[in-house]
Write a protein that binds this ligand. Structure first.
Ligand code: TYC
Length: 100
């Protein structure tokens, strides 16, 4: 037959790649209350209060900060959760993601 050893010869054209990881970023604005941002970081990113305050202040001072690094699906879920929650509370808080 055409495949005597029973193995179909298909040459891999690229190495198997690790799944890409995505940074979730929080952006500063002039209106969202600091306590709300701290609450969001505790609620959706599982941060302790002290860690949440530190990241919130970094965003406030520098304009943005990485909140965490996740697989695409988890990062997308976090962004959606934060954006929906901010909108529900009528705050302009922005959360986005970018490939690492
Ligand atoms: N700059 C906001 C204020 O002074 C606080 C703030 C921090 C807003 C972090 C957004 O992602 C943010 N009330």
């Amino acid at each position: 037959g055409g495949d005597p050893d029973g193995q179909l010869a298909v040459k891999p054209r690229s190495k198997p790649q690790r799944p890409s990881m995505y940074k979730v970023l929080l952006l500063n604005d002039d209106y969202t209350p600091m306590e709300f941002v701290v609450h969001v970081l505790e609620r959706f990113f599982g941060l302790r209060h002290e860690g949440a305050v530190e990241i919130m202040l970094t965003v406030h001072r520098r304009g943005l900060a990485v909140v965490g690094v996740f697989s695409y699906e988890i990062a997308e879920t976090k962004v959606t959760q934060v954006m929906d929650y901010a909108q529900q509370h009528q705050h302009p808080l922005q959360c986005t993601m970018e490939k690492e």
